[in-house]
Design a protein around this ligand. Structure first.
Ligand code: KG4
Ligand code: ZN
Length: 335
């Protein structure tokens, strides 16, 4: 049995979590505290790095204390301390990793630097006793990544975005439509009352033989439509037509990747995987092809520290630690 405390501060959420687990068993989340900076960045229409790091610094200590209190754990009972060390905003990553290293050093406990993307990738498996072979799609504000997963720690990159991430496309289109940041959940709300066939937006790279994605052409097509004027169509129609294009691309490529790599399970993670229409489209496609669909609990889809603590727990059981001399890596790839 081990107790892990992790700090996530790669972008605009400061988060601290404590998980308890045993090798080969599912993990129990004892605390998962988050201080969201969304209202702060909303005024600027997106994340302002300097504001983000200053706010991480202001909130992290109180969050560590709140997590320990919630978990009814004394800090010296924690077996190891972890933090996201990349990818992300350099000045934000530095806050969480420096605090986690500081506590680990003071208590003479191991430190583990965790890849944010591995946290997302493992988030559907916190309540399971193992990570089975599967096809993983990570769809967030910063990343769109398809991976073949043999087991925890053994990943093969199959494809990723060549320009904007899926969530970034949602956010940029949201901005064009005058919706608040982040645009993803706002577009989903708008799209509910709209006609997805109102505009025939492109599905870039959907039928290309490779497994990469591109969303910037789709975003530009929406911009041109707005500039030309929407005629009798509404903002809801435009949102629904944009959303269905993103969904068709993600579902089409992911299902093809699963077929090509012979996997019979698909795991979705990241903020965009909260989208109901996306989940429903995956449910229908997976059922047709006899593929199991694994998703994370809603609170684990957007940035959180429980997923980082879980990734750290699995690595801790493998005997891994990270040197305190190890730097943060803003552009850290997963594989
Ligand atoms: O995973 P996440 O919290 O942060 C990153 O690691 O990037 O993902 C945030 C992204 C944002 O782009 C946001 O607009 C998008 O996830 N998102 C959604 C929905 N909820 C969040 N996109 C589409 N539909 C949603 N319901
Ligand atoms: Zn993330």
């Amino acid at each position: 049995m081990a107790l892990l405390l992790a700090i996530e501060s790669s972008c605009d959420e400061t988060a601290v979590a404590i998980v308890r687990g045993e090798a080969g068993c599912c993990a129990e989340i004892l605390a998962s505290e988050i201080s969201s900076q969304i209202p702060l960045h909303r005024e600027h229409g997106g994340v302002v790095p300097e504001l983000a790091s200053r706010n991480h610094s202001l909130h992290v200590r109180a969050l560590v204390e709140a997590a320990l209190a919630k978990a009814s754990v004394a800090v010296d009972e924690v077996d190891a301390f972890a933090a996201t060390t990349g990818p992300g905003l350099a000045s934000s990553l530095l806050i969480g990793s420096t605090v986690a290293k500081g506590i680990a050093c003071a208590l003479d406990r191991p430190f583990l630097g965790i890849n944010h993307l591995e946290g997302h990738l493992l988030s559907p498996f916190l309540d399971r006793s193992s990570v089975p072979p599967h096809l993983a799609l990570i769809v967030s504000g910063g990343h769109t990544l398809l991976l073949d997963v043999e087991r925890a720690g053994h990943y093969r990159r199959l494809g990723g975005t060549r320009d904007d991430a899926a969530g970034e496309a949602f956010d940029k289109v949201g901005k064009m439509l005058g919706l608040p940041y982040p645009g993803g959940p706002e577009i989903e709300k708008e799209a509910r009352g709209g006609n997805p066939a109102a505009f025939d937006f492109p599905r870039p790279m959907l039928h290309d033989p490779h497994l990469d994605f591109s969303f910037s052409g789709l975003k530009t097509a929406v911009l041109y439509t707005l500039e030309r004027g929407m005629g009798s169509a509404s903002r809801a129609d435009l949102s629904a037509s944009f959303q269905v294009a993103v969904i068709e691309i993600l579902v089409g490529k992911t299902l093809r990747a699963a077929r090509e790599s012979g996997r019979d399970a698909i795991a979705l993670s990241g903020g965009v995987s909260l989208n109901r229409a996306l989940r429903e489209a995956f449910e229908i496609a997976c059922e047709k092809q006899n593929i199991e669909l694994l998703t994370a609990a809603p609170a684990l889809c957007t940035d959180n520290a429980a997923m980082i603590a879980f990734a750290a727990l699995l690595r801790y059981f493998e005997g891994e630690t990270t040197s305190l001399e190890e730097d943060i890596h803003p552009n850290l790839p997963l594989v």
